[in-house]
Ligand binder design. Structure first.
Ligand SMILES: *[C@@H]1O[C@H](CO)[C@@H](O)[C@H](O)[C@H]1NC(C)=O
Ligand SMILES: *[C@@H]1O[C@H](CO)[C@@H](O)[C@H](O)[C@H]1NC(C)=O
Ligand SMILES: CC(=O)N[C@H]1CO[C@H](CO)[C@@H](O)[C@@H]1O
Length: 982
């Protein structure tokens, strides 16, 4: 019998599973009457402006590389800085930005949308147009981005049951109410974006719009998405006037309504760093060091090797999760160890990456259309250094157009970084030659080698084991290559002559293959063949110079520089020697920023830079198109000390009795209410002292941090945080084991003497790290925050506690992320003057919430403010908790008890004022332990970072020594100068 039953079960089970699968498939299809054709890109109408094939994007018919970097304007709460940061994207070689538009940042409440001041996205898009940056617009509605609720406004999280149509884990059901709210956002944001489309106006920057983000429509082949979700959003986008192509960012598309391009030329996000989370003791400097300087370049070139010609680097500038913007996965800094550091400095990561970008932009015509070579003509003497080879496919092939790009990346940490490249080459009708060339490539670094290329002067390069960072073509006669002082060789076909100031050797192989190598110095060489028309110049630059190698390429779409001899994909101007340059072709003005150690800039241009330039006198590169200019402005402004005095200290306290309280039912209180989503929430209750046992115990279950006071005495505090799926405080699970979050406190000693009256007051200060961004699988975004439950054990009678709550109604604020959550924070109070400030007073837990205020003057005199830039930071040490306001904007959350490793808070330039005592910092402070004055550091300093050409990491103070604070290092200051070209 049993066997028969088992057999029956075994037949029924698979059939049942198949049935469930088919049912799932069917129910995913949805029923909205919207077809793909309704939402398709109209190629017949707009194809002349924007088109694509399996290789690349065509803008006005020209194959265009899209080198995009992520940019989150909402992580820069001063729009005055958007321009200077975006100029650095340009300086890094980028020609595009991908922008997430953050719904919650613009919408504090249902139906209310703000696009003024720091939320002025129209201004932002105008700016991109003036800087010649294309835009990939990603307006969500969901964006993730390690921001609270993934960008959903708090009010939407509260109102909607089925966020992203998620009914329960793993199952979606279309929710028209949710869709209506999404439409509300699109109706507000998309018309602004639509105005800036490339299809709408000449000079428009928006080339594509991303719908939703990381929707994950399929999980291990199981249908999980809902076709109607995309269908609806795409239709709304079209209805709002979006007519550029739509795209998605989903690794596992099921029915994605948006047709995929026929090849993978578009990569929506390559990671350029990583974030770091609460409870992790890693700083962004640690993350930076872990991946190393070359990380972004190596990752990016690996993506290019796949034939990708359109890619975005996440993040290029990370910025600041100021206020309560960040979700639990990111503390205040969102530096991301990105190419451009939080305080605006170009790190060595972008300096490395830029060399790779210069290369592909130099050869852009050839690089946009390539196919993978099945049998590469090269091999290497050691493993794991050669990735693959691609061959260019120009539309009308002429000899010399089948250029080979060989991708090298060294993943071999066992062998020497010096190896041989074997090249197989057929000289005319003769038999194949195989010869070897030297190559040097350190572990974890990469470059793309050029081969089978004919110069404009008629030289035939067979292969180069030297990276060619830049190709410049002058007057269609000369070709100039910029290469490193590095081991490596150039192999040419045919006879050549070499002169210049570089010592060289030539070896000959085969019939007439000439392999040139140079001595290990900087300088130039000129290479000719008997029948060359012009000269090939090789400029060898040291690493130092390469790290500042700047150039401006102009995409034909933006071309403004009519007075330049515009040769496609030849840079307009090249420079090195200063850490930052921006060139504006429309007025031929070179803006350069240089550091303490930088005294001169070298400019390579067909145009002469004005004044103070020593023409043709460059000792290393005595060439007619190389100029040198010495700086003088530095001396005038050298006396800058970036440690301002903190003056006019005062403080006030928060008296819990003075707050507005209203009663709530904890059980049905709906922990996610508008004003309970992030920051602080206070809970209070009163109870009698009629206890029987020797111990009265409070048990508390809350998310994420609480601090407990009984009768104004500090009792204790704790944090719930877990990176696991199901445990309390978790970030991406459904929290199955809530009771695990109970923490017990003995409160006996703080109670008033026995009595039946409700004399004892209990205040629980809860801080939420915000709504999780996870509204994907487990819908953690809907998990409770704040106080979930609290009980007191040990009283004579079973006492039923009635609870009150106090907080800030986020809907009433212009910016819901700009508050500590403590009521009345912006009200005028009687501040008491304090001579010594927090460093003299220390922090005492029984003080409860204490607010400290001080002022300081900007260390740069206002007369220098246009030529000097010196970002500042607030440095905090001591085991206390603090929320920090700079001139009224909440710029930081500090957890000195170890919940977060951040000690340096960027004081955003745009929020700072110049003049006497004009800047005000207010710190809301409380603590779980007594912190003595000598343990506290509150200081404002410049960023003391390692060599500016390197990572831009902070110089670490020596731990546990007194000189920590005195450490004599030079903060980072840059000077600005403009050089007109004539
Ligand atoms: C090099 O380019 C020529 C055309 O210019 C082509 O005939 C030849 O096959 C190419 N060599 C390789 C190895 O791809
Ligand atoms: C934060 O709020 C204050 C007070 O409303 C306001 O002055 C300030 O501009 C706000 N900052 C931002 C970045 O929204
Ligand atoms: C110059 C200036 O606007 N300073 C302001 C900085 O912020 C404080 C607090 O709001 C103001 O009182 C200052 O006037």
């Amino acid at each position: 019998m049993a066997i028969v039953e088992l057999a029956a079960l075994l037949t029924v089970l698979p059939a049942g599973l198949v049935a469930v699968y088919l049912w799932l498939l069917q129910s995913r299809k949805g029923g909205l009457p919207i077809t793909t054709a309704d939402c398709a890109y109209d190629k017949s109408k707009y194809g002349d402006i924007l088109n694509w094939d399996k290789f690349c994007l065509y803008i006005h018919g020209k194959p265009t590389l899209i080198i995009s970097g992520e940019f989150h304007y909402w992580r820069l709460p001063d729009k005055s800085r958007w321009e200077s940061i975006l100029k650095k994207y340009r300086a890094g070689g980028f020609n595009c930005v991908r922008i997430y538009f953050h719904w919650g940042y613009h919408s504090p409440d249902n139906g209310i949308y703000k696009f003024d001041d720091n939320r002025d996205v129209n201004y932002l898009l105008n700016l991109c147009e003036s800087l010649n940056l294309y835009v990939l617009a990603a307006p969500g509605p969901y964006i993730c981005a390690e921001t609270q609720a993934g960008g959903f406004p708090f009010w939407v999280v509260e109102k909607v049951k089925r966020l992203r149509n998620l009914l329960f884990t793993g199952f979606k059901k279309y929710d028209p109410e949710f869709s209506d709210y999404q439409k509300q956002w699109f109706d507000n944001i998309l018309p602004i974006i639509a105005k800036h489309q490339i299809t709408e106006k000449s000079g428009g920057c928006v080339i594509a719009v991303q719908i939703e983000n990381e929707l994950i429509e399929k999980i291990i082949n199981l249908p999980f998405g809902l076709h109607d979700e995309m269908r609806f959003l795409c239709k709304v986008a079209r209805d709002c006037g979006i007519n550029v192509p739509l795209f998605t960012n989903d690794p596992m598309e099921l029915g994605s309504f948006i047709s995929k391009p026929s090849s993978n030329f578009f990569n929506r996000g390559s990671f350029g760093g990583w974030f770091t989370t609460y409870k992790l003791q890693h700083t962004f400097d640690d993350v930076y060091n872990y991946y190393g300087d070359a990380f972004t370049r190596t990752a990016y070139e690996s993506v290019l090797a796949q034939g990708c010609t359109m890619s975005s680097i996440y993040m290029t500038y990370g910025g600041t999760n100021w206020g309560t913007l960040g979700d639990i996965d990111g503390y205040t800094s969102y530096d991301y160890s990105a190419c451009i550091r939080e305080y605006g400095y170009m790190s060595s990561r972008i300096r490395e990456l830029r060399l790779g970008i210069h290369f592909i932009r130099s050869f852009s015509d050839l690089f946009t259309r390539t196919e993978r070579v099945k049998n590469p003509n090269i091999s290497t003497s050691i493993n794991n250094v050669f990735n693959l080879q691609r061959k260019s496919l120009m539309k009308n092939v002429k000899p010399g157009d089948e250029v080979l790009f060989s991708f090298f990346r060294n993943f071999n940490d066992h062998q020497t970084p010096m190896f041989q490249v074997f090249v197989a080459y057929k000289e005319g009708q003769r038999r194949e030659q195989k010869f070897s060339m030297r190559c040097l490539l350190p572990y974890k670094t990469s470059f793309i080698a050029l081969g089978n290329y004919t110069t404009i002067t008629g030289l035939n390069l067979i292969f180069s084991t030297l990276p060619i960072h830049l190709r410049i073509i002058q007057n269609l006669i000369n070709e100039i290559w910029i290469i490193p002082v590095n081991v490596g060789e150039l192999a040419f076909q045919g006879d050549i002559t070499v002169d210049g100031n570089l010592a060289y050797t030539i070896r000959k192989v085969g019939h007439a293959i000439h392999i040139v190598s140079f001595d290990d110095v900087g300088g130039f060489a000129r290479i000719k063949s008997p029948d060359s028309n012009g000269d090939l110049y090789i400029l060898r630059l040291h690493k130092e110079s390469l790290s500042t190698l700047h150039t401006t390429f102009e995409d034909s779409y933006w071309a403004k520089s009519n007075d330049f001899t515009t040769i496609p994909h030849s840079p307009l101007i090249v420079s090195w020697g200063t850490q930052n340059v921006y060139f504006d072709p429309s007025n031929s003005l070179l803006e350069t920023q240089y550091g303490d150690q930088e005294h001169e800039i070298t400019i390579l241009s067909s145009k002469e830079p004005a004044d103070h330039v020593r023409f043709q006198s460059h000792p290393t590169y005595p060439l007619p198109f190389v100029y040198k200019k010495q700086f003088t402005a530095g001396e005038k402004t050298s006396e800058v000390h970036l440690v301002p005095k903190l003056v006019r200290w005062s403080y006030r306290t928060t008296n819990f009795n003075d707050l507005d309280w209203r009663s709530i039912d904890l059980k049905n209180g709906g922990p996610i209410e508008n004003f309970h989503a992030s920051g602080h929430i206070l809970y209070s209750t009163k109870f009698p002292s009629n206890y029987s046992s020797s111990k009265v115990q409070l048990s508390v279950n809350m998310r994420h941090r609480c601090t407990i006071f009984v009768n104004d005495h500090f009792v204790g505090g704790h944090t719930t945080f877990s990176r696991q799926l199901f445990f309390p405080g978790s970030k991406n699970g459904p929290e199955l084991f809530k009771h695990f979050g109970d923490e017990k406190y003995d409160i006996t000693q703080f109670l008033h003497p026995n009595g039946d009256e409700e004399k004892n007051s209990l205040v629980i200060l809860v801080e939420s790290w915000g709504l999780s961004r996870q509204s994907v699988i487990f819908n953690d975004v809907k998990n409770p925050r704040g106080l979930l439950s609290a009980n007191i054990n040990g009283l004579v009678k079973e006492t039923k506690l009635s609870w009150n709550i106090s907080g800030v109604d986020l809907r009433k604020l212009d910016n819901p992320y700009n508050t500590t959550g403590i009521p009345n924070e912006r009200k005028h109070f009687d501040w008491k003057e304090s001579e010594k400030g927090i460093c003299g007073h220390g922090v005492v837990p029984n003080d409860g919430i204490r607010w400290w205020c001080f002022r300081f003057s900007h260390p740069i005199e206002s007369k220098f403010k246009d030529i000097l830039n010196a970002p500042l930071r607030l440095v905090l040490y001591g085991a206390f908790t603090s929320y920090i306001f700079l001139n009224d904007t909440l710029i930081g959350r500090y957890y000195g008890n170890g919940d977060c490793a951040q000690h340096d808070y960027y004081l955003m330039d745009g929020l700072l004022k110049f003049g006497d005592d004009e800047n005000e910092i207010i710190m809301m402070v409380y603590s779980w332990e007594t912190v003595n004055p000598e343990e506290i550091v509150v200081e404002i300093r410049g960023w003391e970072i390692d060599d500016v050409k390197k990572s831009g990491n902070l110089i670490k103070p020596k731990k546990g020594t007194d000189e920590d604070i005195e450490l004599e290092v030079k903060p980072w200051i840059v000077r600005k100068e403009f050089i007109p070209l004539t």
